[in-house]
Design a protein around this ligand. Structure first.
Ligand code: HMG
Length: 464
């Protein structure tokens, strides 16, 4: 049985910090954000928004756009790393909010959990729900997989320039108009790591930035190797001599903690794939330097990062490699459109990969390219750490959905925050009722109980 994404909706908070204002306030060169990291705006939540209401808003929009009723939905999963309760799952809050619109008990039949594994948990939730459909358990119903997060880092930290917030909802069924996932090729890689984590009670993560960049690439590459073996052994892809698995992906969507990470990660994967092929000789000639190797090629990530001579040379080599026409062609054709939304919004943790997928669909369609039958590869990464690589094929009915995608319109009129306003919100100095924006037809948080017997209970309303 086939299974895939029928529609995808997004909810992005309308407040943002501009990268140039941010750079000026922190004494940074704006080019570091705009060019180095590929960040031009970072979406910020208002005082009355939390990840549950972002998720509910994205769910409501997919339900309304497709005229779905609660009976059409059999499962609702929420994946997040911005959880605010150690026990009560975020999907229960979302169901509570949706029932304000659809009636109390309307989603009673709808199973689901909140899943956690940093940014990759949404991809595990997607995989599990696809298998629920493939197994014939769905009985004609659809699943909603919601990925929702607020990427918030300490003021003044190096992660602060890679913030963002938002939610994406994917409507999954057995007759998807957008994309059918390739069966039996999903590949995972996992190991116990501390590149980025958020201990209990801490609002912001502890981050080892450069370590996390390198680990992301190593883990995704390992998952790609496993994907390659599965794709070949299941007969999904036949590799001819001189070909790489990436040649068989028309589009590649990567997890995007900031948009330039997608470019960096793609370059890393392409380098490793091409190195074994006849085409590499020509690339090395064009670059004019041999590919550097670390002093201890079998060393740890720490030893590689400490090998400054190697890191400098490797950085130079990567820069030159990404300027070759061969890499540029791959980048432009397979990745570049997926980065557009990320530049405008920032990191959405679990939702970043899927915002990128949506961005790729919209902006490739706008180029007039026929997307039917194109294979899309996905490279998911979550700190702590695990990677997933999987793929799917764009379906003949995709136009029905993609033709009405309009990111600018969906972002609406956004309100730029001054740095002072941003810092006040960041430090939680404003109450829920002191929101910057007044909202219409959206879920907002109106109360968090502080009494001893009901501490932490949250109340939401759907604004008229
Ligand atoms: P940093 O170390 O201060 O920045 O912070 P940098 O020195 O690496 O510079 C960034 C880029 O800007 C570099 O580009 C510089 O050359 C360039 P590259 O060389 O890599 O191509 N640059 C400039 N370009 C133009 N003009 C200039 C200029 N100056 C520098 N003047 C870092 C960067 C990402 C480490 C930091 O922001 C951070 O810690 N972020 C949070 C962690 C993160 O995003 N890690 C990504 C991988 S892990 C992941 O994706 C998982 C995650 O989403 C969490 C989860 O799974 O839940 C984070």
């Amino acid at each position: 049985m086939t299974a895939g994404i029928d529609d995808i909706s997004i909810y992005i908070p309308r407040l943002y910090v501009d990268a140039n204002d941010f750079a000026e306030a922190r004494g940074l060169d704006p080019a570091k954000l705009q060019k180095g990291l590929g960040v031009s705006k970072m979406a910020i939540v208002d005082t009355n928004q939390d990840p549950a209401c972002l998720a509910a808003n994205a769910c409501l929009s997919v339900m309304q756009n497709n005229k779905l009723s609660p009976e059409d939905i059999g499962r609702l999963y929420v994946s997040t790393e911005s959880s605010f309760d150690e026990s009560k799952a975020m999907n229960s809050y979302v169901i509570g909010m949706l029932e304000q619109v659809y009636g109390q008990g309307a989603f009673e039949h709808c199973g689901g959990v909140e899943t956690k594994f940093a940014c990759v948990s949404g991809s595990y939730a997607l995989y599990d729900n696809l298998n629920w459909i493939r197994a014939g358990e769905a009985e004609g119903k659809a699943a909603l997989v919601v990925v929702s997060d607020i990427a918030k880092y300490d003021l003044g930290s190096s992660g602060e320039m890679t913030q963002g917030a938002g939610a994406v909802t994917m409507l999954l069924n057995d007759h998807p108009r957008l994309l059918t996932f390739d069966p039996r090729v999903t590949a995972t890689s996992i190991r116990d790591e501390y590149d980025f984590y958020r201990p209990f009670g801490k609002e912001t993560p502890i981050v080892h930035g450069q370590y996390s960049n390198l680990l992301y690439m190593i883990q995704v590459r390992k998952a790609l190797e496993i994907y390659k073996d599965k794709a070949v052994s299941t007969g999904l892809i036949k590799l001819e001599p001189g070909e790489t698995i990436l040649d068989h992906m028309d589009y590649i969507n990567m997890h995007l903690p900031y948009s330039a990470m997608g470019k960096k990660a793609l370059a890393y994967l392409v380098r490793h794939e091409w190195r074994q092929l006849p085409r590499w000789k020509k690339i090395i000639q064009e670059i004019g330097m041999e590919e550097p190797v670390p002093k201890d090629p079998r060393g740890t990530i720490e030893s590689v990062l400490r090998d400054h001579e190697f890191m400098t040379k490797d950085h130079e080599f990567t820069k030159l490699f990404t300027q070759t026409p061969e890499y540029q062609e791959v980048y432009e054709a397979k990745l570049s459109s997926s980065l557009i939304a990320s530049k405008m919004i920032g990191n959405l943790y679990t939702a970043s990969l899927y915002l990128g997928f949506r961005s790729s669909l919209e902006f490739e369609y706008q180029k007039g390219i026929d997307l039917e039958g194109k294979r899309v590869g996905f490279g998911a990464y979550g700190s702590g750490s695990s990677a997933m690589v999987f793929s799917g094929v764009i379906q003949p009915e995709y136009k029905e959905v993609v033709k009405s995608m309009n990111l600018e319109e969906e972002l609406g009129s956004r309100r730029k925050l001054t740095l002072n306003e941003y810092e006040t919100i960041h430090e939680n100095k404003l109450g829920l009722e002191e929101s910057i924006l007044k909202t219409k037809h959206e879920f907002i948080l109106v109360n968090v109980n502080t009494s001893i017997e009901s501490r932490g209970e949250r109340r939401y309303v759907f604004t008229k």
